[in-house]
Design a protein around this ligand. Sequence first.
Ligand SMILES: NC(=O)c1ccc[n+]([C@@H]2O[C@H](COP(=O)([O-])OP(=O)(O)OC[C@H]3O[C@@H](n4cnc5c(N)ncnc54)[C@H](OP(=O)(O)O)[C@@H]3O)[C@@H](O)[C@H]2O)c1
Length: 273
Amino acid sequence: MSTDGQILLVGFGNMGQALVRGWLNNGRAAASVRVVEPAASARDIARRLGVFANESVAVALADFRPDVVVLAVKPNQIGSALAECSTKVDATTVWLSIAAGKTITALSEGLGAKAAIVRAMPNTPAAIGKGMTALVANAGVTADQRTLCTDLMAAVGAVAWLDDERHMDAVTAVSGSGPAYVFLLIECLERAAIDLGLAPALARQLALATVSGAAAYAAVADAAPAELRRRVTSPNGTTQAALEVLMADDGLSGLMTRAVRAAAERSEQLSAA
Ligand SMILES: NC(=O)c1ccc[n+]([C@@H]2O[C@H](COP(=O)([O-])OP(=O)(O)OC[C@H]3O[C@@H](n4cnc5c(N)ncnc54)[C@H](OP(=O)(O)O)[C@@H]3O)[C@@H](O)[C@H]2O)c1
């Protein structure tokens, strides 16, 4: 990891655990991370990883000055987490929140207008280091703090910075919720395979390997996905027969646009609530 820095991680659930594993796998020293988490079973997991864990922010910060506080609690737990932490860390600390729908404005209500705040939106594949995280910073965040936040999220996958927080609803709709769309695609492909008479185990193997293999290939190929699609579509062949159905006027493109738009609208509503 290129940037050092001490981390207080608040919330050690699915995403908090994925982050810590990513940090340690990337060479971060366990002593540079402290976890605050109410669940004893989760704290035990942290300790088994060699990371300090306590249920009390005050205890965690007694002899520890974090450069960054990573907020990885559920959105409805953010208020109490901020109340516990905000008076106990230096003004120079950057706050990195991954809570879906919690805007920088909402976070600064608990932290004060001058607080350096980064809002991030990761996704589920972060659990295996293949996540996608979009980040956006407020004006109080320094270049070094941006680098630190980039490093922390890059430990669990790809990162992209936004220059406008309004794009977070679109990001949520594409990469935040997106893994579920791909899971559905796998399910549908599997069901179609079974419908054609293949055994369920083989149907799942074909569907999973095809989706993961195609995505991995598209990520490293020398051409855009549309060109890769054209390259595998022989005139009057089998792929063309399927694509004529998928690319019809009422096909996948319009459906995906409507689905992603619905997610973005919902994200906007939840952020405003
Ligand atoms: N999972 C994803 O794929 C994903 C994707 C994008 C964004 N996110 C965001 O990531 C955040 C965490 O999600 P998650 O799936 O990891 O949730 P989670 O598994 O419920 O983890 C949250 C953890 O924080 C603990 N907690 C609650 N209040 C706390 C407090 N005041 N101080 C310290 N710890 C506290 C919870 O304990 P209790 O269970 O005892 O309450 C729980 O162990 C959410 O805000 C979510 O929007 C998650």
